[in-house]
Design a protein around this ligand. Structure first.
Ligand SMILES: Nc1ncnc2c1ncn2[C@@H]1O[C@H](COP(=O)(O)OP(=O)(O)O)[C@@H](O)[C@H]1O
Ligand SMILES: [Mg+2]
Length: 464
């Protein structure tokens, strides 16, 4: 049995019954098959125990004075996270028991109750509890995984982005995410959602550029039957789907002007109206938007509403092109290589030093997405588990490539002028380690020092 199950064993059962003897008999029959039981002989006592302790199964009489079984169920629904409620009823109160099931009771048992039936029904409830506990454990593990760990970075520029995200995510603020295509706007939007109090609610994305202009409003706000020719039935829109959660408006720069004014209204009033309807519907949605366009220029050109632009950009996050944060390239490539290994059942071990140098210097016009695609194709085409320059598609070697022999970060050499030798040395060690993905042997070879010297320098400069 797995870990999550163990912490449920023995399952905790609360029995609520006005008749102490009956309660005692039920408890005995459940203890015999390994449950841990507690008895409450009045409704109020039962409700108090439901509020204050955690239970896996509550067996309650439906008809009681003061506080009845329905009330016990309401307390359980409110306070318990993983608990099934079984109603015990007399023949006359079966309709009430059905109502209880509609309110979330697991099932009901008609009196007189034999130990055998009680045991059978309880063990069904126990299965349901165990299954849910496994799911809960799985979800919390997924949540841990999907923190910021999905975002790979080493550059100062991305470090600053992450610091900013950590401050922004827990709030309800709308965020405008800008950056060239492939810089990671989608991953950032998801990370914001996953690290917000809304993470258990839906994350709904809509790509404005991919929806026909006359359908954008219906996609966002829904429509009623007959609103336009193709509207053959009522349909709910993304805002309603996302209720309680996060709506991600991708390529917001492509939104039609007429829709922009409606969006602005929704952001301000938190109400939507379905197309063809006049009823307002309250929505509670956090809106994230992304664009690869220069919205300010779009505003100047009259293609984007200034008021909406200012509203969206109150909180913004900008992702630099990959070529302006080269320190991220090798760590990203390593992650993508491992992902591609898994996806394609390959066992590639490393990139050759030449290939790494080439990747570091390449002008990734398609940014992280292009790097990911190139690495995936390298892994797929690989035959000897060593990824090398020959595995590169020839069309990549033509454009955008800096000479393979140049050293990392050519573009920033000039920043070294005016620095102390120690600073320059630190820079050289840091960037070469980065280039080799932290491989000490390789770093020492490139810099022409012994590994011992390298080791000393790593300590001296405090690299980890
Ligand atoms: N910092 C990052 N760490 C890990 N993967 C990333 C990172 N940035 C981008 N990616 C990956 O690169 C690809 C493109 O990113 P995406 O968010 O879709 O870019 P955009 O929305 O800006 O076009 C996706 O597969 C994404 O998972
Ligand atoms: Mg995108």
């Amino acid at each position: 049995m797995s870990e999550e199950n163990n912490n449920l064993v023995p399952l905790k059962v609360l029995l609520v019954d006005n008749d102490p003897d009956h309660a005692e008999a039920m408890a005995e029959s459940l203890e015999r098959i390994g449950y841990e039981c507690k008895i409450a002989t009045s409704g109020p006592e039962g409700a108090k125990l439901v509020d204050e302790y955690s239970w896996n199964i509550v067996v309650t009489d439906l008809v009681m004075n003061d506080v009845d079984g329905m009330e016990i169920l309401r307390h359980a629904n409110e306070k318990q996270t993983n608990c099934e409620v079984i109603m015990v009823t007399g023949h006359a109160s079966v309709p009430k028991a059905v109502e209880a099931m509609q309110q979330g009771a697991f099932t009901f048992l008609e009196k007189p109750i034999t130990p055998k039936r009680l045991q059978a029904v309880s063990s069904k409830a126990a299965d349901s509890v165990r299954l849910r506990s496994q799911n809960l454990a799985l979800h919390s593990r997924l949540d841990e995984k999907f923190g910021y760990e999905n975002l790979i970075y080493a550059s100062e520029s991305m470090k600053n982005v992450i610091t900013r995200l950590k401050r922004i995510a827990p709030t309800d603020a709308g965020v405008l995410i800008t950056g060239e295509t492939g810089t990671g706007k989608d991953v950032v939007a998801q990370a914001i959602h996953q690290n917000s109090p809304r993470k258990k609610k839906p994350f709904v994305a809509i790509n404005t550029a991919a929806v026909a202009e006359h359908l954008v409003e219906s996609e966002l706000f829904g429509h009623v039957k007959g609103a336009f020719t193709d509207a053959i039935s009522d349909r709910i829109g993304k805002f309603e789907y996302a209720n309680g959660g996060t709506l991600f408006l991708d390529e917001v720069g492509d939104m039609p002007m007429a829709t922009q004014i409606k969006l602005l209204r929704v952001l301000e009033e938190r109400k939507i109206t379905r197309v063809g309807d006049n009823k307002e519907i309250d929505v509670n949605v956090r809106v994230l938007a992304a664009t690869n366009q220069d919205l300010e220029a779009q505003v100047a050109a009259g293609k984007f509403r200034a008021d909406l632009y200012y509203r969206l950009k109150i909180v913004s996050v900008h992702l630099d092109p990959l070529a302006e944060r080269r320190e991220d390239i090798i760590p990203l490539a390593d992650r993508f290589r491992k992902m591609a290994n898994q996806k394609h059942h390959k066992k590639t071990r490393n990139f050759s030093p030449e290939l790494r140098r080439w990747m570091f210097n390449y002008t990734w016009t398609g940014n992280v997405r292009q790097l990911k695609n190139v690495v995936e194709s390298l892994v797929v085409l690989d035959i000897d588990s060593e990824l090398d320059m020959d595995d590169l598609s020839p069309d990549l070697l033509g454009t955008g490539a800096a000479p393979v022999n140049s050293s990392p970060g050519d573009s920033s050499h000039s920043v070294l002028i005016g620095q102390s030798l120690e600073e320059i040395e630190k820079w050289a060690y840091e960037n070469t380690l980065n280039l080799t993905g932290g491989n000490r042997e390789e770093t020492a070879r490139i810099l022409g020092v012994s590994e011992r010297t390298l080791y000393r320098k790593i300590n001296q400069f405090g690299f980890n």
